[in-house]
Design a protein around this ligand. Structure first.
Ligand code: HEM
Length: 380
């Protein structure tokens, strides 16, 4: 088990709240408390962590547009700005649009007879490409454009992940942001998906400006692909390995998917800041403090989920917090489940999938998220 997950479990069992000097953050660890804090109006969005106070004026000038870009992501915006953004992007997630994207995923899987169901890496061969087909449809780009978008996104995320100024990373991110921004304006003008036409209309009506739109696209790119691939890999692994996996999925796909997402909990926490002093579990968390709502630790809390590490269909679909809840709850949750169902249906319909040995996923588990590296035949 990764040291991060082990530590999150350990601090949950040692108390409801922990002050952590190294990250200068308060960690909320248990399900019941995370559940309540997710809808607590005394918490606001976490401003992006910066090291601006330690930068020279030249460095600050280079980083300013990227910091501005990240601070405009929905999840880093406070009300009333967040409410406006949320209202504008919700129409991109209608059931018609969800069906259209699900269809793109299904037809991608149907058209390619070379998907390595039995050998090779199911993640690289089927799961990731299927999710990418969904993202292509959602963003309104083509596959070549998605490669460029993914490169820009990786450079911008590399910036967000740094805690110190690093000239090469900052310069690459700065160029990526310029190119990504031009690209977003271009595709919105062509109205190639519900997202692009909704964004174009929002700019024309004055509800958003182009910097807002670029930020929304930025969050959509990272928010769509990685957690969906992660949750789907967990579900596929369970489908192939669990003694009753196939029967369980066919009899209750919603329960199967919900329990897989709980076990995966791809985003480990929801970062927030306190808007006032908060007295909690014998501590006073001061106004302006960083507070980390540990979604993954809550979803593995035995007080809420007995035998939390076991995949158990008899749980039904009790609410969990993998998609968070409240103001910042995932707007793509229904879409993610729909995509997962499309891929799992394709696995179930492919008889050869279950004629092989068990599958095993290798995970890259960081402090903030889990990502699969491969999903291959288990070694005997
Ligand atoms: C299994 C897959 C997914 C998981 C586990 C997941 C998880 C989450 C979580 C935990 C949050 C809240 C973060 C916070 O409170 O700080 C969130 C927000 C968000 N997610 Fe997802 N997500 C998934 C798929 C998607 C997809 C497919 C999209 C589509 C583009 C998406 C778009 C978003 C957006 C735009 C937000 C911000 C919502 C807001 O602030 O109003 N997510 N997601």
């Amino acid at each position: 088990m990764s040291k991060h997950l082990a530590w999150y479990d350990e601090i949950r069992e040692s108390g409801r709240v922990l002050w952590h000097e190294e990250t200068q953050s308060w960690y909320i660890t248990r399900f019941a408390d995370v559940w309540d804090f997710l809808v607590d109006s005394r918490l606001g969005a976490r401003t992006t962590d910066t090291f601006t106070d330690r930068m020279t004026p030249e460095q600050a000038e280079l980083c300013a547009p990227i910091l501005d870009f990240v601070s405009k992501w929905p999840v880093f915006s406070d009300t009333p700005r967040h409410t406006g953004l949320h209202r504008t992007i919700l129409p991109c997630f209608t059931s018609a649009e969800t069906d259209r994207i699900g269809e793109a995923v299904r037809s991608h899987l149907a058209k390619d007879g070379s998907i390595p169901w039995q050998s090779g890496d199911l993640l690289a061969g089927a799961i990731r490409p299927a999710c990418e087909a969904g993202l292509v449809a959602f963003l309104g780009v083509d596959s070549d454009e998605l490669v460029r978008v993914s490169e820009w996104s990786a450079r911008l995320i590399a910036f967000v992940g740094r805690t110190e100024y690093h000239h090469e990373t900052m310069t690459r991110a700065s160029v990526a942001l310029r190119e990504f921004s031009d690209f977003v304006v271009h595709i919105c003008g062509e109205g190639r998906s519900a997202l692009s036409s909704t964004m174009q209309r929002a700019v024309e009506e004055g509800a958003l400006d182009w910097a807002d739109v670029v930020a929304v696209y930025g969050q959509m790119v990272t928010g769509f692909l990685q957690p969906t691939v992660s949750a789907l890999t967990m579900a596929a692994e369970i489908l192939a390995n669990h003694p009753d996996g196939l029967k369980a999925y066919v009899s209750a796909p919603d329960t199967f998917i919900s329990e897989s997402i709980r076990l995966a909990s791809p985003f480990h926490f929801a970062p927030r800041r306190t808007l006032e002093d908060i007295e909690f579990a014998g501590e006073v968390i001061p106004e302006g403090a960083r507070i980390v709502l540990l979604l993954v630790s809550a979803n593995r809390d035995p007080r809420r989920f007995p035998e939390p590490m076991q995949f158990r269909m008899d749980r039904g679909t009790p609410p969990h917090v993998a998609f968070a809840r409240g103001r910042y709850a995932c707007v793509g949750a229904g879409l993610a489940r729909h995509i997962m169902q499309g891929v799992l249906d394709a696995m179930v319909e492919e008889p050869r999938t279950f004629a092989v040995e068990a599958l095993t996923a290798d995970w890259n588990i960081g402090p903030g998220m889990r990502m699969p590296k491969c999903l291959v035949k288990a070694r005997s």
